[in-house]
Design a protein around this ligand. Structure first.
Ligand code: PMP
Ligand code: GLU
Length: 401
């Protein structure tokens, strides 16, 4: 696929054609709008933010102070410091049973940057990238920016938003090249269990595709679910999989911008070159902070799981009382994806009304590929969950027939 024609902005400036294909990020836009309204004193309840509300762990913050005082404030290798790559290798071994060496790892400015760079390096104009829908907002836009074509694989709430092999096979054409998986999923909270992943791994290998596995929510799991990485089944699938992860969600370090990926050394090297000529290294201090985060004891994630399990239950039980709302019980991540088709509103209209009329920020499903859903984040206090959903319940009683 070639890029669209350039867009004439005014008599002096023309905007590149590739930018005509991409939309603003609804998640980032709405989150900042909610934060701005709150800073003006409006009583906003923010269910839009895809970021944990707990503080960055103290050991991680201490590391930043140490770095500042010791002058660790200069350029590092563009693809990341060896110490962090070693910590990432240990993490993959301990958590996922995956063995990598430093040449397989690249550190980037957030997992979003890891994904963006990876797609830039792998995707040729016209390549088709299979993306199960509902999808995280940025995947299709990253594909467009690389000149590729996103091809959506439908899933349904009834089957747990699982991308099944049959649906994947239906979407395939000779141009299919990459399958993007995200388990646990943003926005649905659905997960791919071992048997689903094994079947998909077989299709990827048989068709000689590449798999991008975004595992950023791996620590957020409910109902005794266990995380399995698709790369862990055998060498064949491992060789063609890129596992993407980061510290934003697991350690509440969203603003510190550290993400990483593991996979084929040649591709990793090319991402390093791309970083050489674009961002250079991720912030030196953030890299050391990420080392400290990855060295935290396992009790950290267990605590997270306990807190988020309680919030999930509370949100689900309250949403079930809102007229026209049918929430999907998430098995992972920290979002409730809720079918709102019975309310009679489109997802955008509903979200607009909730924000303007009762100051509750929720993300329209349209930006994730489903106009009949909205996304609630439960990365907020139980008090906020109670108050926000109380307002929605009252609102639906008046506005939903
Ligand atoms: N993947 C998914 C599915 C996400 O929800 C996010 C959220 N920001 C990211 C990747 C990127 O995270 P970050 O860039 O903060 O590491
Ligand atoms: N990923 C988070 C979300 O979906 C943060 C915002 C973003 O990076 O898109 O809300």
């Amino acid at each position: 696929m070639t890029h669209s024609p350039a867009k004439i902005h005014n008599e002096r400036i023309t905007i590149a054609g590739r930018m005509t294909l991409v939309s603003p990020s609804a998640t980032l836009q709405l989150t900042s709008k909610a934060k701005e309204m709150k800073s003006k004193g409006l009583p906003v309840i923010n269910f839009a933010a895809g970021e944990p509300d707990f503080d960055t762990p103290q050991a991680v913050k201490d590391e930043a102070v140490k770095c500042l005082n010791s002058g660790f404030t200069k350029y590092t290798p563009s693809s990341g410091i060896p110490e962090l790559k070693e910590a990432v290798c240990r993490k993959f071994k301990d958590d996922n049973g995956l063995s990598y060496v430093l040449e397989n790892i690249v550190i980037s400015c957030g997992a979003k940057h890891s994904l963006y760079n990876l797609i830039q390096v792998l995707c040729n104009p016209g390549d088709e990238i299979l993306i199960p829908t509902p999808y995280w907002v940025s995947y299709p836009e990253m594909v467009y920016l690389a000149g590729g074509k996103p091809v959506f694989v439908p899933t349904s709430q009834e089957n747990g938003f699982r991308a099944g092999v049959e649906a994947v096979k239906k979407a395939v054409t000779p141009k299919s090249k990459i399958l993007i998986l995200n388990s646990p999923s943003n926005p649905t909270g659905g997960i791919l269990e071992e048997k689903d992943l094994k079947a998909l791994a077989q299709v990827v290998v048989e068709n000689n595709w590449v798999c991008i596995s975004d595992e950023i929510y791996e620590y957020y799991l409910y109902e005794n679910q266990k995380h399995v990485s698709i790369a862990s089944f055998n060498e064949e699938i491992k060789k063609r999989t890129f596992v993407v992860n980061g510290v934003s969600k697991s350690y509440s370090m969203t603003g510190l911008r550290i993400g990483y990926l593991a996979g084929d050394a040649e591709v990793v090297k090319k991402i390093g070159i791309l970083q050489d000529h674009s961002t250079s290294n991720p912030a030196s201090i953030s890299q050391k902070m990420a080392v400290a985060a990855l060295n935290l004891p396992k009790s950290h994630r267990e605590n997270l799981r306990k807190i988020f399990t309680k919030r999930r239950e509370l949100m689900l039980s309250l949403l079930a009382q809102c007229k026209g709302f049918k929430p999907f019980p998430p098995q992972g991540a920290f979002y409730v994806f809720c079918d709102i088709s019975k309310t009679g509103f489109s997802s955008e209209t509903l979200c607009e009304k909730l924000l303007e009329e009762i100051y509750v920020a929720v993300i329209p499903g349209k930006s994730f590929g489903s106009d009949q859903h909205v996304r609630f984040s439960f990365a907020c206090s139980e008090k906020d969950i109670e108050e926000g959903i109380r307002r929605i319940k009252e609102w639906t009683e008046k506005n939903v027939k």
